[in-house]
Every structure is written in C-alpha cells, then in structure tokens.
Ligand binder design. Structure first.
Ligand SMILES: Nc1ncnc2c1ncn2[C@@H]1O[C@H](COP(=O)(O)OP(=O)(O)OP(=O)(O)O)[C@@H](O)[C@H]1O
Ligand SMILES: O=c1[nH]c(=O)c2[nH+]cn([C@@H]3O[C@H](COP(=O)(O)O)[C@@H](O)[C@H]3O)c2[nH]1
Ligand SMILES: NC(=O)CC[C@H](N)C(=O)O
Ligand SMILES: [Mg+2]
Length: 529
C-alpha cells in the first residue's frame, strides 16, 4: 500500500481540494473546512494538474494565500484545468490575485499594504455572507488582512461584494460560475466570522453535506489497516502520548493479537510515567504490551553529551535499535505503526519556494523508517491533532490519554540543557511533578497546550534558613497553541507563579530559584533544545 493510498474510503465522502501557494496559514484553511465536516486535502500548486484533478475529483477548490507577488515574472499559477473543472472556487489573498491574473483581470502592487485588522463593507445579501451580519448590521465586518498587492481590475463576470480602504475588491464573486475571491483571510481566528464564511462557501455555495466524522473514519481506518497488514505482525511504539495511544487502540481493534506495543522507558520519563502508562493500558486493554526498561542504555550513551542535536540523534538511534530488537523477538514483525499526523505529511511534501532549515531533528520524523526494514502503518496520517483526540474518544480511549499534553520522545533529555546526569534528572522530575500538580489543582491543565519544567545548567546563590545555598535554577514553561507550530506563553497570575515557585523550592532539594519563560514561538521554540 503506497503512502498515497487513502486511509479513509474516498467513495464515501465528498472532497474539497486546497491548492497551496505557500501561505503560512494554509493548514488553517484545512482545519476550518474539516471542522465543518468536509474532508479536504492540501496539495502544492505545482502538483495539481488535469490528471490529479480527475483522480481526486473535488467538489470545490480553495486557492490559498502565498508569499509571492502575482505581478512578478515566474510567480506561481494554478493549472488552467482548475478553472475549467466546473466546480466552485474560492481564492484567498494570493489565490484571489492569481485567479484574477489568470482569468483576465489585473493585479498591482500598492504603495502600502494592509497587515492586521481591517474592516470590510459588504453586500450582506450575498450567499457567501449568510448569517454573518446581525439584523442591525450594516454590512461592516471585521477581518484580518495580510497583503501588499491588490486586485486592480476584475476578470469578466465578477462583481464586487465587499470593499475595504486598502482593497477595493476585498471580496468579489462570479455567481454564475461560483468563483469567489477574498483579499482577507477567513481561515484565521482574527476574522471572527471567517469560519462561517468558509461554511457558506462549502455548504451553501458548493452544496457539501458535511459527511466527515470520526465515527465514520474509525470503521474505514480499521478496514484499511486490515487490508494493509493481512495476517502480518505489527510493532507499535507506545509512549502514552495521544497519537501513539490512539494508534495502539485502533490497531488493537483492527488486528488484535497481531499487534505488539512496545513502551520504552528511556530513563528520561516524567515521574510515575512508566507505571501510569503501562498499568492503564494493561488494565483497560488485553493487548500484547512490552515494557522495555532501557534507562541505562540511553543514559550511558548520553554520558558527557551536551549538544542538543547530538542528544537527539543518539536518542533516535537508540529507539530504532530497541524497536528492531523487539520486532525480532516477536517473530519478525513486518510492520511498524507510527502516529504520523497530517501536518507532518503536508510538511514532508515541502513547498517549492526555497529549502527550509532544520531547527531540530525530531526523533521519529525521517530517521526511523529509512533504517528500518519494516513497512509503515500510519492510520492517522490524514488527521489533525484535534481529530485524533475526537477519534480517541470515539474509540473509548481513557480521558487521561485523550486530553494529555504532548510529551516529546526524547523526554526530559531536551529539558536538561547541558550534560544529562541522573542527579539532574531526579531534581527535574520532582520539580516537574509539583509544577503539573499545581496546574491541575488550579484547574488550568486543559487551558494550557503544554507545560513542563526545565533545569538550567546554571547555579545561583540563595539564602535558605539563614544558610547560603548555591543550587540549580529551574525554568517553568507553559504555552497555548493549536498545533505546536506557533505558540504563546500562558499568562499565569502572579499568585500562581509565586505559590508554585515556593512549593518547588521548599519541596525539591537542589533548586533555589525559579523563573518563568515568557517567550512565544516564534521566536522561541516550545522546548528549550
Ligand atoms: N517512550 C516511548 N516508547 C515507545 N515509543 C515511543 C516513546 N516515545 C515516543 N515513541 C514513539 O514515537 C512517536 C512520536 O512521539 P510523539 O511524542 O510525537 O507522539 P506521541 O507521544 O504518541 O503523542 P504526543 O505528541 O501527544 O506526545 C510516538 O507516536 C511513538 O510511536
Ligand atoms: O515526539 C517528539 N519528538 C521530538 O524529538 C520532539 N521535539 C519537540 N517535540 C514536541 O514538538 C512540539 C514543538 O516543539 P518545538 O517548538 O520545541 O519544536 C512540542 O510539543 C514538543 O514537545 C518533539 N516531539
Ligand atoms: N497573504 C497573501 O496571500 C499575500 C499575497 C501577496 N504576497 C500580497 O502581498 O498581496
Ligand atoms: Mg509523545
């Protein structure tokens, strides 16, 4: 089964195609469309031609925004077949601009652009704006803009549906062909009624029924797994994180005993993690689960290593060694199950516009499959994280796992900048447990996307009980995010921070100072290494 073979059964679903011109927020279009119950996929503009359109058979198309300027020679264009397919099209920002340039209109560079909040003045009677304006509403709508260029002349057949001070053609439409263009971004939350507008396009104009649900997906994914693996054996790395837990439960339902889950204790897990994960799974599921205690193996290999990338490479390699060993032990597993999600797939089919730099080597991405002689089973590769959580609920996965904050495979290793020692890990583990306990006690766990402590390779002077101390600094991190790609620090109250710092310093030997990280991503990353 190739990676392009869908996990779900496409004949059961109406599909929408998103053509990507490289916008930073293309994935948000897909999320909004999926949230309204419509299956969609994102494909780079240069991979969409008549043959692809014929195979995918979209019921509607959305053209994303992008960093290029339509006015520049050689800038991206949609394949002409897109406009002759006869399905509704919505062009967003660059998508609107290229549609105009391709269909006989014109685009020009302005003296100034519009970046951020703007207001459009719209014709509220247009179907695209259904339910967007209240009764007393005068057609004024808050939107989020991010453009330097603008449409200067509409293509034949189009009418103006909304204007803004910087974009005379803020929204345009050809109601005969059902082609629409917006200069603003309906997919971002800063356009408060943008999701409604996208829904008006998909359900109202394109006639989607909204048949995409995790209940239906579950059965289709189970059937696809059975078809792929036949009577072969499958190994699944089970971390207790949302993704691998959902994969494990789904596979267990699909193939029962052919599945063996491998939980690896790297020696860099959180306090109580191994017991919690292994006992919960053993209690609720009658599945083959191997608990590999590999703490010494990992820690010996990491001895004296402080470079973050070397740490990650060593950890990734050791995971592979362990999975390979375990695969042999169960009598030669031919398949390795992974919790690859749709954002990973989109990113790996990287957009043409310039190579992106490696910020960090994630231990499971890339490295694993190449060296391993096993076929991959990736039942979540069409889903976003929120859909994975919904699928987990559908599968009856314990709430403890469904709502969990993500925890990286390298674990505490990347929260221990500098050399990793057993002593430092012990201090970090205790402090982290108190921090998470505080978060739960204050009812904040589900408001935060991810939270953890970091032990810094810095000692500072303190005074405790009239004694001089010279001990470790601990940093606390907590972020809000939707997908981990961008994030903001969580705005705790001073009371919470003070109480938590006091508890950590009083209850953990080896910490005499606590600081809070207020860096967003970008420019920071979520983890410190
Ligand atoms: N301690 C571990 N033991 C076994 N497999 C692991 C371990 N840590 C990570 N993995 C494997 O690596 C994959 C990637 O880890 P990742 O942290 O991205 O996903 P996750 O742990 O399933 O979910 P989450 O992102 O919510 O933490 C996991 O799906 C799992 O297969
Ligand atoms: O499985 C994983 N293996 C890794 O090597 C890894 N590195 C970072 N992360 C997690 O990814 C999200 C984004 O993290 P960064 O902003 O630090 O890159 C955050 O949720 C991080 O915890 C990892 N997950
Ligand atoms: N966000 C976008 O799609 C921007 C389109 C184009 N680069 C402009 O500045 O107008
Ligand atoms: Mg994890």
């Amino acid at each position: 089964m190739s990676i392009d073979t869908p996990v779900h059964d496409p004949s059961n679903h109406e599909q929408l195609l998103i053509i990507d011109f490289g916008s930073q927020v293309t994935q948000l279009i897909a999320r909004r469309v999926r949230e309204s119950g419509v299956f969609c996929e994102v494909h780079p503009y240069n991979r969409v031609d008549a043959a692809m359109l014929n195979a995918f058979s979209p019921k509607a198309i959305i053209l994303s925004g992008g960093p290029s300027s339509v006015v520049d020679a050689g800038s991206p264009r949609a394949d002409a077949a897109v406009f002759s397919l006869g399905v509704p099209i919505l062009g967003i920002c660059y998508g609107q601009q290229t549609m105009m340039a391709q269909l006989g209109g014109a685009v020009e560079k302005g003296d100034s652009g519009e970046f951020g909040r703007a207001f459009i003045q719209a014709d509220a009677k247009t179907p695209l704006f259904k339910d967007m304006f209240g009764d007393d509403h005068d057609g004024r709508e808050e939107v989020w803009m991010s453009h330097g260029d603008h449409v200067a002349k509409m293509a034949p057949g189009f009418d103006v549906l909304a204007t803004s001070p910087g974009a005379p053609y803020a929204v345009i439409g050809d109601t005969t062909r059902h082609f629409y263009g917006t200069q603003f971004h309906p997919e971002v939350v800063h356009t408060p009624r943008g999701a409604q507008m996208l829904r008006n396009f998909t359900h109202g104009i394109a006639g989607f029924k909204g048949d995409w649900s995790m209940a239906a997906f579950k059965d289709e994914a189970i059937a696809a797994v059975r078809a792929q693996v036949g009577d072969g054996k499958v190994i699944c790395g089970l971390s207790g994180g949302v993704d691998s837990s959902v994969v494990a439960v789904l596979l267990h339902e699909a193939i029962g005993d052919q599945l063996t889950c491998v939980y690896v204790d790297t020696g860099m897990m959180r306090k109580g993690e191994s017991d919690h994960v292994v006992s919960l799974f053993k209690e609720h599921y009658d599945m083959n689960l191997i608990h590999v205690d590999a703490g010494d193996e990992f820690l010996d290999l990491l001895d004296g290593v402080s470079d973050p990338e070397r740490k990650r490479k060593i950890i990734g390699g050791t995971f592979i060694d362990i999975f390979e060993r375990e695969a042999k032990k169960v009598g030669g597993a031919k398949f390795l199950a992974q919790g690859t999600l749709y954002p990973d797939v989109i990113e790996s089919v990287s957009f043409d516009g310039g190579p992106s730099v490696t910020i960090k080597s994630h231990h499971n991405v890339g490295g694993l499959p190449e060296r391993m002689d096993m076929a991959l089973v990736e039942p979540l590769r069409e889903l976003f994280k929120d859909e994975v959580r919904a699928l987990g609920r559908e599968l009856g996965l314990h709430a403890d796992f469904v709502e969990r904050h993500p925890f990286p495979g390298p674990g505490l290793a990347i929260r221990c900048p500098g050399e990793i020692t057993r002593e430092r890990l012990a201090v970090l583990r205790e402090a982290d447990a108190i921090y998470l306990d505080q978060i739960r006690k204050h009812g904040l766990y589900n408001k935060i996307w991810q939270a953890f402590a970091v032990i810094l390779p810095v000692q500072t002077v303190g005074v405790m009980g009239d004694e001089r101390t010279y001990e470790n600094v601990l940093a606390l991190r907590a972020v809000t995010s939707t997908d981990g790609m961008t994030a903001d620090y969580y705005p705790y109250s001073h009371e919470f921070l003070g109480e938590t710092a006091t508890r950590i310093i009083n209850e953990v030997r080896g910490v005499n100072r606590v600081v809070y990280d207020v860096t967003s991503k970008p420019p920071g990353t979520i983890e410190w290494e």
